[in-house]
Design a protein around this ligand. Structure first.
Ligand code: SF4
Length: 306
């Protein structure tokens, strides 16, 4: 490009310019790497081919015109003439690139074209792809991630270092019965305890998992906090486990009740055993006394008979 600019400006004249003589093109390009040829050797071979002599001998054969006739060639005009797209076609491509207003035309040059219009024309001519527009791709990726965040059943919100809510999804709005416009850019303490966010930021912890009961909502929340230090945000993902927790509590109550009933039953059984034992003991003692009495009586009768 510099050589062409010099030709245009009249600084370069009477020269043969090999326009592909650059690194990774004809010189040092894929084929050269395969053949392991150096740039110098390749350059000499080109000359040899052009002049038809071995390197070193050709200068004497150049003739009066300096070899120009030996290098003469005819070139056919192979220029491709493209029909310029209409304004409607360009507008349609703008829409596909998400450029609805002049503000969307950033003309940042990241696609390799000097302006969005040049890029749109290139797309219309089949020379470029819509996806080569970085702001468009970024917007698309953000739209997809927003969609994913909004369809997930878990409540998600992010908070900046000033503890203001930056993002909140539909599930979180439903959970706290709040509209996004009422909480975005507002302190997170309006809906959640800010203590965990503060501790994440001040302690530099990257992850924290915990279960918290929020009496004001009557909810048990399983919370996972992630601190993105580089992005300066804390993300909180919450799962409503109230039902599971209530079922667990009911189960525990039931188990405690059953255990208590079992204890009562054992106590009753023991009391019964004691009572039976005591009755049996009394009965055995009485039997012993009666047998003893009977034995004494029999002994006394025998003594009298003798
Ligand atoms: S990258 Fe996109 S916004 Fe930037 S100039 Fe190209 S088309 Fe325009």
């Amino acid at each position: 490009m510099h050589a062409l600019a010099d030709v245009r400006d009249g600084k370069l004249d009477g020269c043969f310019v090999e326009m592909s003589f650059c690194r990774d093109s004809c010189i040092g390009g894929p084929s050269f790497r395969k053949k392991k040829a150096s740039a110098a050797v390749s350059s000499l071979r080109v000359r040899q081919e052009a002049i038809g002599e071995k390197p070193g001998d050709f200068s004497a054969k150049l003739g009066d015109d300096g070899g120009v006739s030996a290098l003469a060639a005819r070139f056919a005009d192979r220029q491709i003439h493209y029909a310029m797209p209409t304004e409607q076609q360009i507008a349609a491509i703008y829409r596909k690139m998400g450029k609805e207003s002049v503000e969307d035309e950033l003309n940042c040059g990241m696609c390799g074209y000097a302006s969005c219009r040049e890029k749109a024309i290139a797309v219309a001519l089949g020379k470029a792809e819509i996806t080569m527009c970085m702001p468009y791709m970024k917007k698309r990726a953000e739209a997809i991630s927003d969609q994913i965040i909004n369809v997930t059943p878990n409540a998600i919100l992010s908070v900046d270092l000033d503890l203001n809510v930056q993002q909140i999804n539909h599930a979180a709005c439903r959970m706290f019965s709040i509209r996004p416009e009422d909480i975005l850019k507002q302190p997170v303490s309006r809906i959640l305890d800010e203590f965990d966010f503060v501790s994440m930021i001040s302690d530099g912890k990257t992850q924290l998992d915990k279960t918290t009961y929020y009496a004001e909502y009557g909810l048990y929340l399983n919370q996972s906090f992630f601190f993105d230090r580089a992005g300066g945000i804390v993300i909180c993902i919450m799962k409503d486990i109230t039902k599971e927790r209530q079922q667990h509590n009911q189960l525990m109550q039931h188990k405690t009740q059953v255990a208590r009933m079992a204890d009562d039953m054992v106590d009753k059984q023991l009391r019964l055993v004691h009572e039976i034992a005591s009755l049996l003991g009394e009965s055995a003692a009485e039997t012993k006394i009666a047998v003893s009495e009977l034995k004494n009586t029999v002994m006394m009768e025998e003594e009298e008979n003798q």
